[in-house]
Design a protein around this ligand. Structure first.
Ligand code: GS8
Length: 222
């Protein structure tokens, strides 16, 4: 039996990337030691374990680091392949599909969402908002009438995307996006995912994202 000392996670509570890893570990029922990092004052352990990017999350298994959230989730699935559920499908084509959509989330949803509050000009914000909503609609097209992004079970692509739903409430307030109207099936998918304990206990209260963003903007003088 592996003790929790063999597995540690360097993370930051508000990180959507860290949340992916926390959800995957919870899905597999893996015990681990959680280390909260300060991103303004990174620990020497983080700098040693992720010297390339110096970013969280980092999973440390038997003293060896694994970096980059989506890579960590794949590692968890492979290193604990004896534990159910499998996060990636067994069919190679479906595995490729799952990876494609997780990559889409990084490129379009993360980048697109961030742009909405990073751009100060109103016109640019409108463009960013449209791009973001369009990307959500593309994702909703992939979902179709399936319960989860790749099929019948919650897995890798869902784990890549679900942490971003933490932003929705704030984007409704600051950018006037009506998610229920724009992408109702995706909203139902969020609710379905939230019924999983692994997800519900990982995604913080939406108000906390609003407070974080407002605090940050105040500091930057917006
Ligand atoms: C992104 C991790 C990341 O941006 C992944 O793990 O998927 N592609 C990576 N981590 C941020 C915190 S979350 O916004 C981070 O550690 N930033 C510290 C820094 O940039 O110095």
């Amino acid at each position: 039996m592996e003790g929790s000392k063999d597995v540690s996670l360097l993370d930051f509570w508000a990180s959507v990337f860290g949340m992916r890893v926390r959800i995957a570990l919870a899905e597999k029922g893996i015990n681990y030691e959680y280390h909260e990092e300060s991103l303004q004052n990174k620990s020497s352990l983080l700098l040693k374990m992720n010297p390339v990017h110096k970013k969280i999350p980092v999973l440390i298994h038997h003293g060896k680091p694994v970096c980059e959230s989506n890579i960590i989730v794949q590692y968890i699935d492979e290193a604990w392949n004896d534990k159910s559920p499998s996060l990636l499908p067994s069919d190679p084509y479906l595995r490729a599909q799952a990876r494609f959509w997780a990559d889409f989330v990084d490129k379009k949803i993360y980048e697109g969402g961030k742009k909405i509050w990073m751009t100060s000009k109103e016109d640019d914000q409108e463009v960013a908002k449209k791009e973001f909503v369009d990307s959500l609609k593309v994702l909703e097209g992939q979902l179709g009438d399936k319960p989860y992004l790749i099929g019948e079970s919650f897995g890798y692509a869902d784990i890549a995307m679900i942490p971003f739903s933490w932003w929705f409430n704030t984007l409704e307030k600051i950018a006037n996006i009506n998610f229920e109207k724009e992408c109702p099936k995706l909203v139902s998918w969020v609710k379905r995912c939230m019924e999983k304990e692994s997800v519900a206990k990982t995604i913080p209260d939406p108000q906390k994202f609003y407070d974080l963003l407002m605090g940050r903007q105040k500091k930057q003088g917006h």
